[in-house]
Design a protein around this ligand. Structure first.
Ligand code: KG4
Length: 377
């Protein structure tokens, strides 16, 4: 079965051709990073305008690379929620137009669910495991717009185990990078700098507290909060006047401030931030797995980590160890499939198509998404 996946929910215009819900025959992604870079964040109007400019050529290139035409397609999957409304509409209108002209079945896909299929794809040198069809499993989705833990039950049925109370983890990376003038998106430069720190899990900046709001929460509760970390770093920046130094010109390992008699570098600051974010994610995974009783018949041992932040190798390693202690196996896509892409959308469409869950021209774009909750205690 051959499917087309179209993605335009934020700042990537992407189209992909997928075979049997798994093998990526082509994947085209136009990233708008350079367009949003001067603003150090996504500007919705610029995003939708650029999707419009690129969508046709991206679509054409993806068909050409796979060596197919519209008549070879069994279905068209498109992200229709959640995301920036003007951006979503570009992909959705494109998909609806193809559907109208060709009659190929149209399938609206939830972007968050689509991320969950990414570790199971087969693309270039990456050969993901077989999708645990018919089983339930957990997925942590961490991107610029979302940080949430889900239980996947079946296509189009995700239960929300916990969500962020404020910022998403990727948003924290992006906003802190902006404060430090490290560029956009913030995750990659922060990860690169953190690698140069001599810090390790036993030594990171005390000044980065676990957000107070989470300190008193019962161990059965799954809640994320990243704005406390952002504020803690903002205070450090002000206290040590880091914004007055030209961070871009400072070597990562050069000490830039003294705290409690010890000297710290920009790399240490980045390490501490990354570590705190990993810790918060890990804490919630522990809370979840401590109270969940695994059922051999119904549950899969795969634990998915997906979304842009899953590209961070330190966080992958940190969470991988926690998950392994509970007898689960972390399934993470390669970096190219962590960020938004059409292949994961085509995969999500495939599993809906198997359930005969198709849409028509009344399919609309929605900026938000609601999920039923998973109760673990
Ligand atoms: O999934 P994604 O492309 O979707 C959104 O547009 O939200 O994720 C983008 C996010 C950005 O916040 C970016 O800073 C973060 O993923 N990110 C990373 C890394 N690469 C991308 N965060 C931490 N470490 C990375 N290596």
């Amino acid at each position: 079965m051959i499917g087309l996946g179209i993605e335009s929910s934020c700042d990537e215009t992407s189209a992909s051709i997928l075979q049997n819900g798994r093998r990526v025959l082509s994947l085209k992604i136009n990233s708008q990073i350079a367009i949003h870079l001067p603003f150090q964040g996504v500007v919705p109007e610029l995003a939708s305008r650029n999707h419009l400019l690129k969508i046709n050529s991206i679509l054409e290139e993806s068909l050409n690379e796979a060596g197919i035409s519209f008549s070879d397609l069994d279905y068209i999957a498109v992200t229709h929620r959640p995301g920036l409304i003007g951006s979503l509409m570009v992909g959705l209108q494109t998909a609806k137009t193809i559907h109208l002209l060709t009659g190929i079945p149209l399938i609206g896909v939830n972007h968050l669910e689509a991320h969950i299929y990414a570790p199971f794809l087969e693309y270039q040198n990456f050969n993901g495991p077989q999708f645990p069809h018919g089983k339930k499993f957990f997925a942590l989705l961490v991107s610029g717009g979302n940080t949430a833990l889900f239980q996947y039950q079946k296509a189009d049925k995700l239960l929300l185990a916990g969500n962020t109370l404020d910022d998403a983890a990727g948003e924290a990376f992006d906003k802190i990078a902006k404060m430090l003038n490290l560029g956009y998106p913030g995750g990659p430069p922060i990860e690169r700098l953190a690698r140069q720190s001599s810090f390790n899990e036993n030594r990171s900046l005390e000044e980065l507290p676990v957000p107070a709001i989470l300190k008193g929460t019962p161990r059965t509760e799954i809640k994320f909060s990243f704005s406390g970390i952002k504020t803690a770093i903002y205070r450090l920046i002000k206290k040590y006047r880091l914004d007055e130094k030209n961070i871009n010109l400072i070597k990562a390992d050069k000490n830039i401030f003294q705290h409690d008699g010890l000297e710290y570098s920009l790399a240490d600051l980045c390490y501490s931030l990354q570590y705190r974010i990993a810790e918060l994610l890990g804490r919630n995974i522990r809370n979840l797995l401590n109270f969940y009783s695994f059922d051999e018949e119904q549950d899969s041992r795969y634990f998915i980590f997906a979304g842009g932040v899953a590209a961070n190798s330190f966080i992958r390693g940190y969470l991988g160890k926690i998950i392994a202690n509970f007898g689960y196996e972390l399934a993470v896509p390669p970096a190219i499939l962590c960020t938004d892409n059409g292949a994961m959308v085509a995969a999500a469409g495939y599993y809906k198509f198997l359930l005969h869950d198709v849409d028509d021209l009344s399919l609309e774009a929605y900026s938000g998404s609601k999920f039923d909750e998973l109760r673990i205690s």
